[in-house]
Design a protein around this ligand. Structure first.
Ligand code: ATP
Length: 235
């Protein structure tokens, strides 16, 4: 793991129309790291991912990926630069089957996983290969949404609450997948409310409140921050 950040976000601000939502977010992720962004509903976690990808109207600040300022790049070039985004709503096409959903996004870089490797990582998707998007459970949809991005060659995954609304056994399965991806060298920025899940994979945590990062700590320091987390997250 190199010390220089792969993704370096500094002073990131973002707006929805007149509404100023991010007030200067600073975070840095090294290659191969898994970093988790925690914060209560409305803190700005999703907006941070959207602002890094460039899928909201107005933003300001620096998002640097390997020396390229992403704020200057159009969205397709951001994907080519190696960012893969799995939104909270998952975006599975209801009228397409699993394999069609999987094959839909174009490859943007070399080194993406093959379909065979993907089915090895997600055996349940192989079983459900010809099932339509509408027939999939929440967990299957989540796995498909992650799988789809892995095929494109993305090197940094931005995952928005992958465990939301899922049963504990599926959450466990998604945790195993993230551990495998991490072992393969994937860099991951994870948004989660479930820090018990995140502790399994996170090297570091950032805590977000009102559009700013208010604290950061290493994964192994989670226990000494639980009372602050209960206060901030309201859990
Ligand atoms: N499309 C939008 N238009 C206007 N305001 C928005 C929009 N999306 C989010 N917001 C506002 O931006 C703020 C941050 O929302 P964001 O979704 O980033 O928070 P979050 O931390 O991801 O929370 P959640 O867990 O609820 O998704 C909130 O006040 C929210 O109401």
């Amino acid at each position: 793991m190199s010390d220089a950040p792969l993704l370096d976000v500094r002073g990131l601000q973002a707006w929805y129309g007149e509404s100023h939502v991010l007030h200067g977010v600073d975070l840095a992720i090294r290659e191969g790291e898994t970093v988790t962004l925690l914060g209560r509903n409305g803190a700005g976690k999703t907006t941070t991912l959207r602002a890094i990808m460039g899928i909201l109207g107005r933003r300001q600040g620096v998002v640097n990926l390997r020396g390229h300022d992403l704020l200057r790049l159009p969205l397709h070039r951001v994907a080519q630069a190696g960012l893969g985004y799995v939104p909270e709503e998952r975006g599975i096409f209801a009228s397409l089957n699993v394999e069609e959903n999987l094959m839909l996004p174009p490859k943007v870089a070399e080194g993406g996983m093959s379909v065979a490797e993907i089915y090895e990582l997600f055996p349940n998707l192989l079983e459900r290969r010809w099932s339509q998007g509408t027939k999939l459970s929440g967990g299957e949809q989540q796995m498909l949404a992650i799988a789809r991005v892995l095929r494109t060659g993305a090197k940094i995954l931005l995952l928005d609450e992958p465990t939301e609304g899922l049963a504990p056994v599926i959450i466990q399965r998604i945790g195993d997948v993230l551990v495998t991806l991490k072992a393969r060298g994937m860099t991951i920025l994870l948004v989660e409310q479930n820090f018990r899940f995140a502790r399994k994979v996170a090297d570091r945590f950032y805590l977000m409140e009102d559009g700013r990062i208010v604290n950061s700590f290493a994964g192994h320091e989670l226990d000494s921050h639980t009372s602050q987390l209960h206060d901030v997250l309201g859990v």
